[in-house]
Design a protein around this ligand. Structure first.
Ligand SMILES: Cc1cc2nc3c(=O)[nH]c(=O)nc-3n(C[C@H](O)[C@H](O)[C@H](O)COP(=O)(O)OP(=O)(O)OC[C@H]3O[C@@H](n4cnc5c(N)ncnc54)[C@H](O)[C@@H]3O)c2cc1C
Length: 394
């Protein structure tokens, strides 16, 4: 039987996240957007409430409700997507460690990136490079075995928490001739000689989330920092590439959930405005041209959430996960967020274009969700391939 009723735990977490977004995030969203600062205090406060990687159980070890990460992401992103991403920014690195690390490595490195109410600890997942974005198998960063060490060389681009993270999870090739099979994942702790921050990017949106390049210059790490099976000198590459793919598959519904949060915020704001703004002697919502836009926005937000929840549920229920459902959720929800936020500006007219209202920020924030964790063109490629692989109908 299909049920869309959240269980008691999910409802409680949704309510706590909703309150946190309203009371703690919304009031400072414009401040962090203007200042482009990492909201360290808010990350600690969120950790005290229990957010951050501690609530990502289903993404880390399959424990608990697989809906919870998406529920939290939608609520916090309703408050501000940049701050929400900053609060959950270790999630990708954590998922990569969980997917590829040994039990001992998981214990050590997940603890190293879990913030609490006293201290912010951050993880960064370093996959993208200047010449390897969508074409991620084209990674040029190398990992060369040298006795009991690996030596990393290369540059990673557009890395969330790049250079400020306590732990960088770095994907590097040990053997380029093997393509994906030659790529492994390595942990590089803060302060390791040869780890340098490169360009710190100024962005269109999600400005409370830190984005920078990271340079590895003869960066020497102990061999046991390679994630996965213990590597022997001359042994084969670890499960890094497969781990990366698994990571992105499982986190994709959550990316969609952030987009739903922005879309919902914009839709609600436009609805309230349309009921109170009077032109030609009546609220503008009385015009079909406006009420139909709002009706489309309401349908789009709801359908995007349903796709996100379906993908999250499939991942948790171990229903054969086709990739396509995660890609569909991420792609559709981010396209919805883009359209709904732009339409919300239209509903507000000139006011929508002004920084006095949050709507223009939501347009800027929405755009990234069509780009990172695989652009929407790449998601459509994945979906198209899954469709192609379907058996012919009788
Ligand atoms: C704010 C931000 C944060 C990020 N955080 C991280 C992070 O923490 N870790 C990390 O590893 N990466 C991160 N990224 C990188 C992000 O995942 C990449 O930007 C993204 O995968 C796209 O790669 P690219 O920018 O090189 O674009 P390109 O791959 O150069 O693509 C350019 C355009 O070409 C299109 N395109 C490319 N190939 C095809 C194809 N075969 N068919 C059709 N269209 C195609 C793309 O869809 C896009 O429209 C982040 C990026 C940003 C902007």
């Amino acid at each position: 039987m299909v049920s869309l009723e959240l269980n008691d735990e999910e409802k409680l977490i949704q309510q706590v996240a909703r309150d946190f977004a309203r009371k703690e995030i919304r009031p400072v969203a414009a401040y962090y957007d203007e200042r482009e600062e990492v909201p360290y205090d808010l990350i600690k406060k969120a950790a005290a409430v229990g957010f951050g990687i501690s609530k990502q159980g289903s993404l880390l070890d399959g424990a608990g409700s697989s809906l919870i990460p998406s529920i939290i992401a939608e609520e916090l992103s309703w408050g501000c997507a940049g701050i929400a991403l900053a609060i959950n920014s270790s999630g990708l690195a954590a998922a990569a460690i969980a997917a590829t690390g040994t039990p001992e490595q998981r214990q050590q490195w997940l603890a190293a990136i879990a913030s609490d109410e006293h201290e912010v600890r951050l993880g960064a997942m370093c996959l993208t490079e200047p010449d390897a974005g969508s074409d991620v198998a084209n990674i040029q960063t190398t990992a060369t075995r040298d006795g009991d060490f690996y030596v990393l060389n290369g540059e990673k681009q557009f890395i969330t928490n790049g250079g400020i993270a306590d732990v960088h999870v770095v994907f590097a090739t040990e053997d380029r001739s093997k393509g994906w099979g030659g790529i492994s994942a390595f942990v590089v702790p803060k302060g390791t000689p040869g780890l340098q921050q490169g360009t710190v990017w100024k962005k269109m949106g999600i400005r409370a989330s830190h984005t920078a390049n990271v340079i590895f210059n003869d960066c020497r790490i102990p061999a046991e920092y390679k994630l996965g099976a213990p590597a022997k000198p001359g042994g084969s590459a670890g499960p890094g590439a497969v781990g990366a793919l698994m990571t992105l598959e499982r986190t994709r519904p959550v990316v969609g959930a952030y987009a739903v949060g922005i879309a919902r915020a914009a839709y609600e704001y436009a609805l309230d405005y349309a009921k109170t703004r009077v032109q030609f002697g009546r609220p503008i919502i009385k015009n079909q041209g406006i009420s139909f836009m709002l009706a489309d926005m309401a349908m789009a937000v709801d359908s995007a959430r349903l796709m996100v929840w379906r993908a999250a549920w499939m991942a948790g229920a171990n229903v054969p996960y086709l990739q396509a459902e995660g890609s569909m959720a991420k792609c559709y929800a981010s396209d919805v967020a883009m359209k709904v936020t732009v339409d919300a500006v239209q509903v507000l007219g000139g006011q929508g274009y002004m920084r006095d209202h949050p709507v223009e920020k939501w347009v800027r924030d929405a755009k990234i969700f069509q780009i990172f964790e695989g652009t929407n063109q790449i998601q459509r490629l994945v979906i198209g391939r899954a469709l192609e692989a379907l058996p012919p109908r009788g």
